[in-house]
Ligand binder design. Structure first.
Ligand code: G3P
Length: 221
């Protein structure tokens, strides 16, 4: 399973990339807006730091605008994946950009039908938003299971990129289903790192070592 970070925050991107955890990044206009500043600088920096796929989203809602923006977003790097919304124009842009060799991530997927259509249009990734489905009382993870079954039935090459993840259990459930990618807010990745027994265990190791050292002041590792 690949791990992407769902953020435009450079500090978080550097922090987790330095740990070797990141296979890619996803951004969207809301995440860009949260960081403020000039988004062009942010996009240039992210595509430089990260070697894997970086999803950058178009803002146009009509076909020719999406094509123009998609092509220009690719100037940030060969690792740019153009993110388009799940709309008729988005699918048309997906087909055209894919034909030009530009990979596409179709975002704002909330049903298996939408995922099937995005795959048929040639998307490299589909992004189902599971947390937002949970928010309205629908089972987001059920959607991931359904898409996984359908894509496997037909050997679709499109990858399932699980988005709108809210907590570490979402990650485990997505991994059990066999989703290709999870894109995580930095706070969720932070929580995945931690376990109270790890902290207690480390504290005890160090205390015991100090005891040994007090008896043998010259010892070193
Ligand atoms: O990539 C965008 C997606 O992950 C949105 O998440 O938390 O705004 O529903 P959220």
């Amino acid at each position: 399973m690949k791990i992407f970070l769902d953020t435009a925050n450079l500090e978080s991107i550097r922090k987790f990339n330095d740990m070797g955890l990141l296979d890619g990044i996803t951004t969207n206009p809301s995440l860009m807006s949260k960081e403020g500043g000039n988004p062009k600088d942010g996009m240039a920096e992210i595509t430089k730091i990260i070697k894997g796929d970086v999803s950058l989203e178009v803002l146009s809602t009509e076909y020719s605008g999406m094509l123009d923006e998609g092509r220009s977003l690719r100037n940030y790097g060969d690792n740019v994946v153009v993110k388009v919304p799940m709309t008729p124009d988005g699918l048309k842009a997906c087909k055209s950009l894919t034909a030009e060799g530009i990979p596409v991530n179709v975002t704002l997927i909330f049903s298996s039908n939408q995922a099937i259509l995005a795959a048929k249009a040639g998307a490299k990734y589909v992004s189902p938003f599971i947390g937002r489905l949970d928010d309205i009382g629908q089972d987001g993870m059920h959607l991931i299971q359904e898409i996984k079954t359908i894509f496997s039935n037909y050997n679709f090459k499109t990858q399932i990129l699980v988005a709108s993840i809210r907590h570490p259990l979402h990650v485990v459930d997505a991994a059990k289903i066999g989703a290709d990618v999870v894109t995580l807010p930095p706070a969720v990745l932070d929580k995945m790192l931690k376990h109270p027994l790890t902290d207690i265990g480390l504290k005890n190791f160090l205390t015991d070592w100090e005891k040994l050292k007090s008896e043998n002041p010259d010892i070193k590792v």
